[in-house]
Design a protein around this ligand. Structure first.
Ligand SMILES: CC/C=C(/N=C/c1c(COP(=O)(O)O)cnc(C)c1O)C(=O)O
Length: 380
């Protein structure tokens, strides 16, 4: 489970065996007809797949390029996270686990985990930084409404990385009856490749939809990058194609500000949360206006793509993301999540510079959860 030296399983010995067991269980079950049938049925009838590929005509006209949006914002729960939580929860159920735990920042992964837990009758506990509990209140309420316990994490920076730490500790203590449903392509093997496989439904659908709609593949694929799961889900099925990849990271308050969440564009090679990957440096304070990008590390497959020059990663600042958030709302009547707004901002920049004629953007989630934050920035 490595990606050209990135990834791996950098964990205490006590976790080696349980993770090897999970990896074997995944490899055995994931490709069986029965598992795929159950997962496909839930993705269709519970989550609402396939998601539309929307041609954003107004935005395309404004910038002189064909911009297509993959509408993961229309999924049940409002983001791509449900693709992964249904897959992992089905695995956990088959493994006889009685309890799900998860980390969350934007509360979308926490909500999607609570949905899967309620659906399959599994006890669910979500670890969420105090800072994020306060800025994603609607999602905290939704999780509790579905019977999940939301455990407010106050250690460290009370953010997403601290929630991951707390969840990893819980996993180590309760491995017998508990599955840690990791919310992005991060953590020790098998999590990055397992989450990638569950999110690849995005790129598989979008690839076929582009061919059916336009007769060809897009010149470029663009997605925001927090842990990296919606981006890798779009990129991975296209990795052999002649399609340029652009990842938009949380540039926070900008280069030199010392406050960002852009490990690929501005970090260094390090180990974090059981994986060798790119991490922001120790002098930088992890920050993003969007809770879902507010994480100091990133999936190892992206570190590999960056090192191989297969993808280009750009730090998109809070202000640039907020501007794109508002522009999409006004231009297309679609309110994106603040996370997804980073990808929209990068797509607009690419279109403006005339680098590509057709650009496919992953709209990873909707902005309902961000209304309070947006109201602090826009006096409407
Ligand atoms: C797992 C922690 C990340 C969360 N969300 C991340 C997120 C992201 C970034 O996560 P990745 O796709 O894994 O990079 C993008 N779009 C939306 C709508 C998100 O909610 C969460 O807790 O909901």
């Amino acid at each position: 489970g490595t990606f050209d030296g990135y990834g791996g399983r950098h964990v205490p010995d006590a976790l080696e065996a349980p993770l090897e067991h999970l990896a074997n269980a995944y490899d055995e079950v994931a490709n069986t007809e029965s598992f795929q049938t159950d997962l496909r049925d839930l993705l269709e009838t519970f989550a609402g797949r396939p998601t539309p590929l929307y041609h954003a005509r107004n935005l395309s006209e404004r910038y002189g390029a064909d911009i297509y949006l993959k509408r993961e914002d229309l999924l049940h729960g409002g983001a791509h996270k449900i693709n992964n939580t249904l897959g992992q929860a089905l695995l956990a159920e088959r493994a006889g686990k009685e309890r799900l735990i998860a980390e969350t920042g934007a509360g979308q992964h926490g909500t999607a985990t609570a949905m899967a837990g309620a659906l399959l009758g599994l006890d669910t506990e979500i670890y969420m930084g105090k800072k994020d509990v306060e800025r994603q209140k609607m999602n905290v309420f939704r999780m509790r409404l579905m019977g999940a316990t939301v455990n407010e994490v106050t250690r460290g920076g009370a953010g997403l990385a601290d929630a991951v730490d707390a969840a990893l500790e819980d996993m180590a203590e309760n491995i017998e009856d508990t599955h840690y449903l990791v919310g992005s392509v991060v953590g020790p093997d098998p999590f990055p490749r397992m989450v990638r496989d569950f999110q690849s439904v995005i790129g598989e659908e979008a690839r076929q939809q582009m061919l059916d709609r336009t007769g060809s593949l897009p010149d470029a694929a663009v997605a925001c990058v927090g842990g990296g799961s919606n981006a890798i889900g779009l990129f991975h099925p296209l990795r052999e194609d002649d399609v340029a990849f652009y990842g938009a990271e949380g540039g926070g308050e900008g280069e030199g500000s010392g406050r960002h969440a852009a490990p690929l564009a501005e970090g260094e090679d390090e180990v974090i949360h059981g994986m060798k990957t790119r991490v922001i440096d120790t002098e930088t304070e992890v920050h993003s206006v969007s809770a879902g990008l507010d994480y100091p590390g990133v999936g190892p497959e992206h570190a590999m793509f960056r090192a191989a020059g297969r993808a280009e990663y750009t730090a998109v600042t809070d202000d640039e993301a907020l501007a794109a958030f508002r522009e999409l709302a006004e231009t297309e009547g679609i309110i994106p999540a603040l996370e997804s707004s980073h990808g929209v901002a990068l797509a607009i920049e690419l279109a403006e510079h005339g680098e590509h004629d057709s650009i496919l953007v992953n709209l990873s989630g909707r902005g309902d959860k961000d209304m309070e934050t947006a109201a602090e920035h826009f006096d409407l």
